[in-house]
Ligand binder design. Structure first.
Ligand code: SIN
Length: 282
């Protein structure tokens, strides 16, 4: 196995590995270390089926069953289909998933740990996924801001309707999000400590963080704006231009991401996604 660091602050490509195969304990140990060291791992040319993706994902924690049943692979329900494909006028998978910067499942008490995306069909243009290094974004904050946010907790809301910074684009989305309005917001430290490395990261996101616990909006919103601007500075971003059969995995404890869109409705993109459960942020 060869691990080649990308040129920016994070991310690495892993070559000479076949994710269809049963991995040795030694290889797994190397991969787990690479995962926390590099935060985003990219594997090209993987001819894998959903059950291979599931088996590989399980090495990085308990795999969650997410989204509606009709958007999962029938005989492998932990694998979710993200696509703009339609069949008989109905979406085959989740449309417009991840269209704003976020860390997976941060509105949960125990958010996501690793997420895995595998590219099955790609549009002729667009469809990239962007990743942002939240360790680097935190490290580069002015000391004064670091002090200011040290003990603050961000409020994370699942419903898009509670967040004036985002729009609902998915068909039937308003009805879908209305049902989530009653789910209580979840507070998490705005400065998160990585449980393995001890490094700090900036744990807020434009998609999910709608306020700051115990702070009125007149003060909280400008501070959040400042942090959201910090998170998307070009030096902290890696933009993945997909090739068919790429598998990309990342660490939601220190990486934000978003689907950048930019393709036509009939230009099919199909991604298979798995995600593992993490622990409570501290
Ligand atoms: C996601 O946020 O899980 C999806 C990202 C993508 O489809 O590019």
């Amino acid at each position: 196995m060869k691990i080649q660091k990308l040129s920016g602050t994070f991310g690495a490509e892993v070559a000479d590995i076949d994710l269809k195969e049963q991995l040795s304990e030694d290889d797994l140990e190397v991969l787990k270390q690479a995962f926390v060291d590099h935060q985003v791992l990219i594997f090209h040319d993987q001819q894998i089926e959903p059950h291979h993706q599931l088996a590989f994902s399980k090495h990085f924690g308990p795999v969650q069953k997410l989204y509606a049943e009709e958007h999962r692979i029938p005989d492998c329900p932990e694998v979710v289909v993200l696509t703009n494909e339609m069949s008989d006028g109905k979406p085959v998978g989740v449309v417009a998933a991840g269209d704003y910067w976020h860390s997976d499942l941060s509105p949960n008490k125990t958010p996501g740990l690793a997420t895995f995306l595998y590219a099955r069909k790609l549009p002729s243009e667009g469809g990239d996924t962007e990743f942002a290094d939240m360790h680097a974004a935190y490290d580069a904050l002015p000391n004064e801001t670091k002090k200011q946010i040290e003990n603050l907790r961000g409020l994370h809301a699942i419903s898009k309707l509670k967040n004036p910074r985002v729009e609902v684009t998915r068909p039937g989305g308003t009805e879908y999000y209305k049902k989530q309005n009653s789910i209580p917001d979840q507070a998490h430290p705005m400065v998160r400590t990585h449980p393995v490395t001890g490094r700090k990261s900036l744990y807020v996101s434009l998609r999910f963080t709608i306020g700051i616990e115990g702070m009125d909006d007149a003060k909280a919103q400008p501070l959040l704006d400042e942090l959201f601007d910090q998170q998307v500075k070009s030096e902290f971003i890696y933009r993945h231009k997909w090739q068919i059969d790429d598998l990309v995995m990342w660490d939601n404890r220190s990486v934000n991401h978003r689907a950048s869109g930019g393709y036509d409705i009939g230009d099919i993109r199909r991604i298979h996604r798995t995600s593992t459960l993490g622990d409570e942020p501290f």
